[in-house]
Design a protein around this ligand. Structure first.
Ligand SMILES: Nc1ncnc2c1ncn2[C@@H]1O[C@H](COP(=O)(O)OP(=O)(O)OP(=O)(O)O)[C@@H](O)[C@H]1O
Ligand SMILES: [Mg+2]
Length: 390
């Protein structure tokens, strides 16, 4: 039996205002509660158990920080991804409800939709649309995967930028993802990107400029200000997105998993190469050798400038996601993108830095990033030792 729609009643009875593209424009955004009535199903545990062959290992798609993900088939023939949250995981009732509420607000072709959920005793299960072609992480770093073509990389960068721009700028309240990384970018058969995993997202409303919260997200993608102070803004997502762009450009992982000392962080490694490429437009050292030089030079110039701007140390100086979309789409001149790398005027005076940026400041930025992250690692290590002692 299919799940029962939740929340049906007078309060929920407004007409759906979803546009044909599946996205909501700012003026037509409706409260989450209304959207819920049209898209969400509540499933019983038994329904999900039969859909996944009893949560069989054979249907296991993967495992993340919060639990296991299984492929499932609903009785109406719809393929789904069923995420069973670890019992005893820190993701409690409130977080669970928050996630359900957040995902039910968003409908966009570049965001994974939530089909429904299940609450049964201590079990918490989320049911997502099934996205068939694995993750960006798999295609970039998976053993035996053919090299991704440049056009595919640009397509994925642009799609995920659009999904994120929607979360940041078109949703009310705005949504910060908090865990942008290549394993949270799912791909369909055309390599269209869908941003997944809003489990760590929190709503930011009204005038709040940031939310301070326990530092989460995934190491290697963490924005320096978020790691050092827990200060979270949309610009922390922009930094993580910039690291993902670096991954697409270079084919390298953000951090070598065998190294927890930040000796080889991708951001620091790439700093001098980005600076050089911005100056002489020679991309050979920076770019993934597996591309064998097969890329469009114009697009590469845009990608390099956009990446450098996104990983600025100063959050304020990173572009907004909608600017990144325009930059990647070619809707913004290269000069305008490079202007993002220069100090911004506040009123009639130049902000903070009076000296126009030189490419070296990008190198300084990436060094400062590494210093912050080293401090962060020390803090985490000493607090876990503290924890072990008590
Ligand atoms: N909607 C989906 N459609 C198809 N496969 C999915 C879907 N959601 C997740 N998966 C698969 O399940 C795997 C595990 O996902 P999960 O989100 O639990 O872990 P993760 O992204 O690696 O880490 P994290 O817990 O930090 O998000 C993914 O790598 C992906 O292969
Ligand atoms: Mg995930």
């Amino acid at each position: 039996m299919m799940g029962v729609p939740v929340g049906v009643g007078p309060k929920w009875g407004a007409t759906s205002q979803r546009s044909t593209s599946g996205s909501l424009s700012p003026s037509t955004l409706v409260p989450a509660t209304r959207t819920l009535a049209f898209t969400m199903s509540q499933f019983s545990y038994n329904e999900l158990s039969s859909a996944t062959g009893g949560f069989s290992k054979l249907n296991l798609l993967g495992q993340g920080g919060f639990g296991y993900v299984y492929k499932g088939l609903l009785t109406n023939g719809q393929e789904v991804a069923v995420k069973s949250l670890k019992s005893g995981s820190k993701q409690g009732e409130r977080e669970f409800q928050a996630e359900v509420e957040i995902i039910s607000r968003v409908h966009h072709r570049h965001l994974v939709s939530l089909v429904g959920y299940c609450v049964a005793d201590s079990q918490r299960v989320l049911v997502y649309e099934y996205v068939p072609n694995k993750t960006l992480n798999f295609h970039l770093h998976g053993l035996g995967c053919p090299a991704m073509k440049w056009e595919t990389r640009i397509r994925i960068a642009l799609g995920s930028a659009k999904g994120l721009a929607y979360l940041h700028e078109d949703c009310d309240p705005r949504i910060i993802h908090r865990d942008i990384k290549s394993s949270n970018i799912l791909l369909d058969d055309n390599f269209d990107a869908k941003v997944a995993d809003f489990g760590l997202a929190k709503l930011v409303s009204g005038d709040d400029t940031h939310i301070s919260t326990r530092v989460m997200g995934t190491f290697g993608y963490l924005a320096p200000e978020y790691a050092s102070s827990g200060k979270l803004t949309e610009k922390s997502d922009v930094f993580s997105f910039g690291v993902m762009l670096l991954e697409l450009l270079t084919g390298k992982k953000p951090i070598d998993s065998t190294n927890d000392c930040m000796d080889d962080s991708l951001v620091e490694w790439a700093g001098p190469l980005l600076a050089k490429a911005l100056e002489d437009r020679n991309y050979n050292e920076l770019v993934d050798p597996r591309l064998e030089g097969n890329y469009d030079l114009n697009q590469m110039a845009r990608m390099v400038s956009t990446t450098a701007a996104s990983i600025r140390h100063s959050a304020k100086r990173r572009p907004k996601m909608s600017q990144i979309v325009r930059a990647l789409e070619g809707d913004m001149s290269l000069d305008a993108i490079n202007d993002l790398l220069k100090p911004q005027r506040v009123g009639s005076t130049l902000s903070v830095n009076q000296i126009p940026d030189s490419p070296n400041s990008i190198v300084d930025d990436t060094r400062a990033y590494n210093d912050d992250m080293r401090k962060f690692i020390e803090k985490v290590k000493s607090s876990s030792q503290e924890h072990e002692r008590t």
